[in-house]
Design a protein around this ligand. Structure first.
Ligand SMILES: N[C@@H](CCC(=O)N[C@@H](CS)C(=O)NCC(=O)O)C(=O)O
Length: 313
């Protein structure tokens, strides 16, 4: 991680836990928006911004899905890191379908953080929305980036799609909060727990969420209202990684997803939408999660599971 702009130690998946052994995720540090009133002059312009992502990462993939749903993939370029975590975190290798950083010439993601802030502290996470004009990070919080893509590129984006309609805002927020705590981050809390109690608590939350999703999706096509919203994107990114990584590596193995027929039908429905399907790289997901040496010291990547709901696993 970075301490006052210096990379200080070998990358570890967990750098903070509470007294009960619960994994604590770092808060994001760059939180600007884009728009005419941006105090830093971040205005919406085609070709100005670059989105750094990892196909292994659920937080990054939610921004990738929004980018494509909003038709912004020609206005905002993307740069994909190698999914295999190194001792210096994310790397641009050009291998296994990842990119070299041709815009900034960085080898590691942390170099972009120190370019944006020479005294940067903490983890060098993806996603990152980069401004090529000011050579800085606009935002590194996927929840914000989802909203930036949904709202801040009016005129460039397809605004017939709104991922967060005002009328559904309260319901979306209520679902998002529980999904984040119990499911999106819950699987990580199971995988990175350092006590049996913390693991048990996390796994209970994960499977309670799957029960809740099954109940909702047995009666409705979407999680909120009668349309696709950002809540569906948030659920999707964890669901599509569930059998590939969380069931095995993170020990969320009470049931596979096939135990939940309405959830599987929903996942197939979402995978039929090109923006969702294009965000899924099973090879990157497995290579990335199974490269976490603290959880998988041998580095061996499993050949399965064969999943009928994915085109290739
Ligand atoms: N709050 C951030 C979290 C992003 C995050 O934790 N990304 C992980 C990948 S899934 C990461 O980059 N980890 C690198 C590290 O922890 O050093 C967001 O949602 O954008």
């Amino acid at each position: 991680m970075l301490v006052d702009g210096q990379w200080t130690e070998n990358w570890q998946p967990v750098q903070a836990s509470d007294k009960a052994g619960r994994f604590i995720r770092q808060r994001s540090g760059f939180r600007e928006r884009i728009g005419a009133e941006s105090p830093r002059g971040f205005t919406p312009e085609p070709g100005r911004y670059l989105l750094y992502v990892a196909y292994i990462c659920p937080w990054a993939c939610r921004t990738l899905i929004a980018l494509r749903l909003k038709g912004l993939e020609t206005a905002i370029n993307t740069c994909v890191v190698d999914p295999r975590l190194t001792s210096q975190g994310w790397r641009f290798s050009g291998e296994i379908g990842s990119d070299l950083d041709r815009v900034n010439g960085a080898t590691y993601m942390h170099q972009l953080y120190t370019r944006a802030d020479p005294h940067a502290n903490g983890r060098a996470t993806v996603p990152v929305l980069w401004d090529t004009r000011e050579e800085t990070i606009v935002n590194n919080e996927s929840a914000d980036i989802l909203r930036i893509l949904d709202r801040d590129f009016a005129g460039l984006a397809d605004d017939t799609i709104c991922l967060r309609p005002d009328a559904l805002e309260d319901e979306i927020e209520a679902w998002n909060t529980r999904l984040y705590e119990d499911f999106n981050n819950g699987v990580y809390q199971a995988g990175f727990a350092s006590s049996q109690g913390a693991y048990d608590e996390a796994v209970d939350k994960v499977f309670a969420t799957l029960d809740r999703l099954e109940a909702r999706l047995g009666a409705a096509d979407w999680l909120v209202g009668g349309q696709l919203t950002e809540t569906d994107i948030r659920a999707f990114v964890t669901l599509v990684r569930f059998d590939l990584a969380y069931h095995g590596l993170f020990k969320c193995n009470r049931h596979p997803l096939s135990h939940y027929p309405a959830v599987i039908a929903y996942l197939k429905r979402l995978l039929a939408i090109p923006a969702f399907a294009a965000s899924v790289r099973p090879d990157h997901i497995k290579a990335g999660y199974y490269s976490i040496a603290a959880l998988n010291p041998s580095g061996i990547v499993p050949t399965g599971p064969a999943l009928s709901y994915l085109p290739t696993a």
